[in-house]
Design a protein around this ligand. Structure first.
Ligand SMILES: Nc1ncnc2c1ncn2[C@@H]1O[C@H](COP(=O)(O)OP(=O)(O)OP(=O)(O)O)[C@@H](O)[C@H]1O
Ligand SMILES: [Mg+2]
Length: 330
């Protein structure tokens, strides 16, 4: 079964064709990061307009890359939420129009669930092992930080979430405090790369007894450092490394503990922050079950994960779908 996945929830206009929820035939991502860089964050109206311009060329390029004709497709899956309302509207309405015109079933996909499905993608056709349920999922993205228990496809229970900033949002805001570019995650990782253990120690909010996390106190601690309120500001690479260490410490410790407590057979890491090499390494060290992490290009927004998730939602295809900007993961 070949599914066209469409993604426009934030600042990537993306499409992909995935076979049987697992094999990527084509994936095209038009990132708007450069456009938003000068504002230090995503400007919703600019994002919507850019999606409008890029959407059809991206879909055409995807079909061409897969050497696939419309008649060969079995369904269209589209992100319906959560995300920026104007950005989601572009993807959902394009998907509706195309599904109607081409006579294809239309499947609404939850963007956060889709992030988890990036872990079902096989690199080669001979690669047939898939993650085994129950799974502990950690979605760490620009807008969300959710810890979930996945008992099966479509059976997701949220265990914890961030009480304030999402992990990616904290990376972006701290990068801005340090005078680095947007998106901040890759910038912080790059700047901190040469530091083994930072000489700076930043606080961690453990929120004992809960699977929730919180990063706003950490962000404020960086602000005090940068402003020189506790003496001369440390070198930026030391502060960046200390911040990264604190975020990774909390996420890796809490995810590893929750996986053990819930009897999970593996951990799925996903979302843009899952591209962070230190988080991948430390979580793999601390977990006592296998860790699945998508390749970095499938951690940030893409159409592949939407098509993969859509494969497991084909029973729920239908026209009655609208955008849902605040859709929770479960
Ligand atoms: N190497 C990295 N280290 C840390 N963070 C990273 C890295 N690469 C990307 N990020 C962060 O990932 C985020 C983008 O991820 P993603 O595209 O999944 O988020 P989003 O789609 O904007 O949010 P959501 O999925 O919650 O709607 C940004 O905040 C970015 O800074
Ligand atoms: Mg995302």
């Amino acid at each position: 079964m070949k599914i066209l996945g469409i993604e426009t929830s934030c600042d990537e206009t993306a499409a992909a064709i995935v076979e049987d929820g697992r094999y990527v035939l084509a994936s095209v991502i038009a990132s708007q990061a450069e456009l938003h860089n000068r504002y230090g964050g995503v400007v919703p109206e600019v994002a919507s307009r850019q999606h409008l311009e890029a959407m059809l060329p991206v879909i055409d390029a995807t079909l061409a890359e897969a050497s696939c004709r419309w008649q060969e497709l079995d369904a269209i899956a589209v992100t319906s939420g959560p995300g920026l309302v104007g950005a989601l509207l572009v993807g959902v309405n394009v998907a509706k129009a195309l599904a109607y015109a081409k006579g294809l079933p239309l499947i609404a996909v939850n963007h956060l669930e889709a992030h988890l499905y990036a872990n079902w993608i096989g690199e080669k056709r001979t690669d047939t092992t898939t993650p085994e349920f129950p799974l502990l999922g950690l979605v760490v993205s620009g807008g969300h930080t959710d810890m979930v228990l996945m008992a099966g496809h479509g059976q997701i229970k949220r265990l914890g979430r961030t009480r304030d900033d999402a992990a990616g949002e904290a990376f972006d805001k701290v990068a801005r405090l340090l005078g680095l570019g947007f998106p901040g995650g890759p910038e912080i990782e790059r700047v901190a790369a040469g530091v083994e253990h930072s000489s700076v120690r930043l606080p961690r909010a453990w929120l004992g007894g809960s699977d929730d996390v919180s990063f706003s106190g950490l962000k404020t601690a960086v602000l005090h450092l940068v402003r020189g309120e506790k003496g001369p500001p440390p070198p930026i690479e030391q502060t960046a490394a200390a911040f990264q260490e604190a975020v990774v410490d909390v996420l890796a410790t809490k995810a590893a503990r929750a996986a053990e407590r819930e009897g999970a057979r593996a951990i799925l890491l996903s979302g843009g922050v899952a591209a962070n090499g230190v988080l991948r390494r430390v979580l793999a060290e601390r977990a006592n079950v296998p860790l699945h992490v998508p390749p970095p290009i499938l951690c940030t927004d893409n159409g592949v994960m939407v098509a993969a998730c859509g494969f497991y939602r084909t029973r729920h295809a239908g026209w009655d779908l609208d955008v849902s900007p605040n859709l929770p993961v479960a």
